[in-house]
Design a protein. Structure first.
Length: 113
């Protein structure tokens, strides 16, 4: 059995706790919500293609930002209609958001929240 190396994810535990706490606040305020996905439209697929092209361009030109990354991931999620693939895309959105938060922490020595 081959094990994968563990990669550092600074602040992940703390931020995962913060995300969990936010979910608890949402549940307390709105209850356990159930809504249609509303994803997978032709417009959403077009936006995802545009966001992907933009992200590729900013990567090639050395101007990639977290805005570009999270926009691309969010657009890709909104473009997906298959529930399994949508879940995968939403995990990528969440991971991207946590990576951005971690980067903010590294630049600000931890956000004062």
């Amino acid at each position: 059995m081959t094990t994968q190396p563990t990669l550092a994810a600074p602040g992940l535990d703390r931020h995962t706790v913060e995300v969990y706490a936010e979910r608890q606040r949402q549940i307390a305020r709105f209850g356990d919500q159930h809504h249609p996905d509303g994803t997978g439209s032709a417009t959403d697929r077009k936006r995802a293609d545009e966001a992907r092209r933009h992200c590729d361009h900013t990567t090639r030109t050395g101007r990639l930002t977290w805005n570009d990354i999270l926009t691309e991931e969010g657009c890709e999620a909104l473009a997906e209609s298959d529930p399994d693939l949508l879940c995968t895309e939403l995990v990528q959105v969440a991971a991207g958001a946590l990576a951005w938060i971690s980067d903010l922490d590294s630049r600000t020595e931890g956000l004062a929240r």
